[in-house]
Ligand binder design. Structure first.
Ligand code: DGI
Ligand code: FE
Ligand code: FE
Ligand code: FE
Length: 187
């Protein structure tokens, strides 16, 4: 599927405001890829698709996780996490994406993971700091992102983890692993 067909199909899967967010993640992924030596075209491709499953009914995502061998551990954590691995599956099956790095960037854009690739980091950080985002700390994340992909992403995970702690919610282990690993590799 070419870029504009993909954009039209993804747009049809979501409300207007989420499509605006997606456009912001696309634009920010390109900027971050250019800044940090990534591949802007492939990062943008991942950004187009990253939230493709965001508005799927929970039951549909749950069925897909069970039927297609996606990690069932996810079902014991926040539903907000599910659209990422489901999105990667849909990107491959329905959008014909075969680039493993693009699929991983979609798969891990919410949770993060240990040893994130450059593309994982770009898409995850773009998701945190695209121009439409407004949450406490987003300005600091954008400032850090002027110079350090790792420090900015770490600040993003910190803010998510603090938010989940405040809410008394469970934290998916990959998010903890992603944060620990970023700290270990801060130069
Ligand atoms: O899909 P978006 O809204 O653009 O952003 P996202 O895919 O990063 O989803 C973020 C939401 O996921 C945010 O509201 C926090 C929630 N969430 C719930 N449990 C976890 C989690 N996020 C992470 N990173 N780790 C969790 O364990
Ligand atoms: Fe998302
Ligand atoms: Fe995110
Ligand atoms: Fe998003």
């Amino acid at each position: 599927m070419n870029r504009s067909e993909m954009m039209a199909a993804v747009k049809a899967e979501m409300p207007e405001r989420r499509w605006t967010h997606t456009l912001g993640v696309m634009e920010t992924s390109i900027i971050l890829a250019e800044r940090f030596g990534g591949d802007p075209e492939r990062a943008e491709r991942a950004a187009i698709l990253h939230d493709v499953a965001k508005y799927w009914p929970t039951a549909r995502m749950e069925t897909m996780i069970k039927e297609h061998g996606l990690p069932e551990e996810l079902l014991r954590y926040d539903k907000e996490l599910w659209h990422a691995p489901v999105g990667a599956f849909v990107a491959e099956r329905d959008y014909g994406v075969s680039d493993a790095e693009i699929l991983d960037a979609i798969r891990y854009h919410t949770s993060g993971r240990e040893r994130m690739t450059l593309m994982d980091k770009i898409v995850c950080l773009a998701d945190y700091m695209e121009p439409g985002r407004d949450f406490p700390g987003v300005k600091h994340i954008r400032e850090l992102a002027e110079h350090s992909l790792n420090r900015a992403l770490l600040a993003g995970f910190d803010s998510t983890i603090m938010y989940l702690l405040q809410q008394g919610r469970r934290i998916f282990p990959l998010t903890i692993a992603a944060r620990n690993d970023l700290i270990l590799h801060l130069q």
